[in-house]
Write a protein that binds this ligand. Structure first.
Ligand code: PMP
Length: 368
């Protein structure tokens, strides 16, 4: 046969970009379970009234048309909800996309991202994907940020972008707005303060008032946690319009579909359930923390989020027995740097938390 490709066994695949060589695909470590407490999701779905609203709005949607790239209506709604101007809001396909976009705009080509691990793993993965150099200032043994070292490193002037989470995932604690303001003043680099879990935190940690004074502040928020919409992939950031102008250049124009926009709008228009759900989660967080702290040799780190970081001797075995013997899935970080011996446990409904605590007592009291 004179033309056509040779049989595949004779061909090798051209190598992809060199910086992918050592990179493993993101693994959320999801497994089917009776009690899902591993991904910091909300345990509650749409309320009946929001569901009815979504279904009614769906009937009028023109699915043959592309969505409005910046979703003007939802953008205005988010601006009102957050007390900022619409030009300060940008929506994304989950917070993840916005983190990626920031790296496309302020990273790439060996430019430098500063992070404080252990923190949300996507910062580093997306930095490597975009060929951005990662500079780390590790947290202390108690998991708090080493403020002086971080400020000093930023002050050297060669950092292009900083990413910090507050509340931090997976450690749970927040940064004071005072410290955030010192960071903002120490450099002209954009500072992404990732507040995906802000709704669960004490309101003193809301850094949005700083937007008026600091052009380099970027706040990340999401519908995936307190709003209970992890399935639709909708996040947003709040920043100065000059930052948003750059991000609009790199973002996928249609990354947020009409369906997600519609559901986000419906949830924001009917916030009745939000406060009650957040209040329950906060109360449950303190209850579960108190109960876990009574287990022998457990250390529970203080949390402002909808999860708890807990260290135990034999954490990996505890994880396995919780899952295999009791169908309770939590997240095992016990082999991750800076998190040795740690499990991260999301706060579920009161009933799910009871099942977790009961399973945990059995596992800890009857070790193999
Ligand atoms: N930031 C932090 C700290 C997170 O934990 C997560 C999700 N686990 C995100 C951002 C991204 O959330 P999403 O893409 O679902 O909006």
């Amino acid at each position: 046969m004179p033309f056509g490709p040779p049989p595949s066994s004779e061909r090798t695949l051209r190598a992809p970009a060199a910086h992918l060589a050592d990179l493993a695909p993101y693994d959320p470590k999801y497994l089917p379970a009776r009690v899902l407490l591993s991904a910091n999701e909300s345990p509650w779905g749409l309320t009946e009234s929001v569901r009815a609203c979504v279904l009614a709005a769906l009937a009028d949607r023109e699915f043959n048309r592309y969505p409005d790239p910046l979703a003007a209506d939802l953008r205005a709604q988010i601006a009102t909800y957050c007390g900022v101007r619409a030009e300060q809001v940008l929506i994304g396909n989950g917070g993840d996309e916005l983190i990626f976009d920031l790296l496309l705009a302020w990273g790439t080509g060996g430019r430098r991202l500063l992070i404080a691990p252990p923190s949300f793993g996507s910062y580093e993965i997306f930095a490597r994907l975009t060929d951005t150099e990662v500079i780390e200032v590790a947290r202390r043994a108690d998991k708090s940020v080493d403020e002086q070292t971080l400020l000093a490193r930023l002050g050297e002037g060669d950092i292009d972008l900083l990413m910090l989470a507050s509340p931090n995932n997976p450690t749970g604690e927040c940064l004071s707005c005072d410290f955030v303001e010192r960071l903002l003043a120490a450099s002209d680099a954009p500072v992404l303060l990732d507040q995906a879990y802000l709704e669960f935190a004490d309101p003193v940690y809301d850094a949005s008032p700083l937007l008026a004074r600091h052009d380099n502040l970027v706040l990340l928020r999401t519908f995936s946690k307190a709003f209970g919409l992890a399935g639709i992939r909708l996040g947003y950031l709040l920043a100065n319009p000059a930052v948003i102008h750059e991000l609009v250049k790199v973002r996928q124009p249609y990354s947020v579909d009409s369906f997600s926009t519609l559901i986000g709008s419906a949830v924001l228009a009917d916030l009745d359930a939000l406060d009650e759900r957040v209040a329950t989660t906060r109360l449950e967080r303190e209850r579960v923390a108190g109960e876990l702290a009574r287990l022998p040799d457990a250390r529970v780190y203080p949390s402002e989020a909808n999860f708890l970081l807990v260290s135990f001797p034999g954490a990996a075995v505890i994880w396995q027995r919780l899952y295999e013997d009791h169908g309770v899935l939590v997240r095992d970080f016990s082999h991750s740097p800076g998190l040795e011996g740690c499990l991260r446990i999301s706060i579920g409904t009161p009933e799910e938390n009871d099942l977790l605590l009961e399973a945990m007592r059995k596992v800890v009291e009857a070790p193999v």
